[in-house]
Design a protein. Structure first.
Length: 244
């Protein structure tokens, strides 16, 4: 009994200390925690976000849409309809006092991709809208094309990283909905700002138009430690409930 009590006290002390280091400004105190231990402990379960507060609170909604090219049994192919993966995930948190972590994956990735997309040049955005899926190096070919269209290659790297994560997420969404016959995927990220604060009481006010990060067809990507089966076990039931 004393051992369990002592373990509980030590864990509580560690959690408070780790949270203090994570929430507070970066100081040499963080060096007391070796390697990547602090980040590994805090993310994804205890991560803190101050984006709901001034001076720049969240002022828009994100959506992550996916469609796929699917092989039919007769050898032909078909393009599916678009589905909003973020809406499916958000439905898991509606009227739920204990929403799963999975309820915000699509929205979070949509925000990351849109941010990286917005920093690209107009020419690079045009390249992003093209189809890249043939062979094993299609993502590298897109990166090379974007590098030739701008001077800051770090912005291209940042975008390609988010393309990779978005593609891997879209691949799992597509397989969860349409099965293993998925050949390639296309994803689209949309942001829509809320009605400006100064117009909040105007009954005729309408939300600004959607801002779209337009991307072409992509090959399939599976990242290490991804599980199509586990993802489908969570995503597929929510999708079917939303479709009813």
């Amino acid at each position: 009994m004393r051992g369990a009590l002592a373990a509980g006290v030590l864990f509580t002390a560690w959690h408070i200390f780790a949270s203090f280091l994570w929430i507070g400004p970066v100081t040499p105190l963080r060096e007391l925690v070796p390697g990547n231990l602090l980040t590994s402990y805090m993310i994804p379960w205890y991560g803190q976000s101050w984006s709901v507060f001034a001076p720049e609170p969240i002022n828009g909604d994100y959506r992550f849409k996916v469609r796929a090219l699917v092989a039919n049994e007769d050898g032909s192919t078909r393009e599916t309809e678009w589905i909003s993966a973020s809406d499916v995930e958000m439905s898991m948190s509606r009227h739920n006092l204990f929403p799963p972590r999975a309820s915000g994956l699509g929205t979070h990735q949509a925000s990351l991709l849109k941010g990286a997309y917005d920093r690209l040049s107009p020419e690079q955005r045009t390249t992003a809208s093209l189809n890249y899926f043939e062979g094993d190096a299609w993502l590298g070919r897109m990166q090379n094309a974007m590098n030739e269209q701008g001077d800051d290659q770090s912005l291209v790297v940042a975008y390609i990283v988010q393309e990779r994560y978005s593609d891997a997420y879209s691949t799992q969404v597509a397989r969860a909905v349409w099965g293993d016959s998925v050949i390639r995927v296309q994803f689209q990220v949309l942001r829509q700002n809320i009605i400006p604060f100064v117009d909040r009481n105007n009954p005729d006010a309408v939300r600004p138009p959607e801002q779209i990060a337009d991307t072409g067809w992509r090959g399939l990507i599976t990242l290490p430690q991804q599980s199509d089966a586990d993802f489908a076990d969570v995503f597929r039931p929510a999708f079917e409930r939303l479709e009813k």
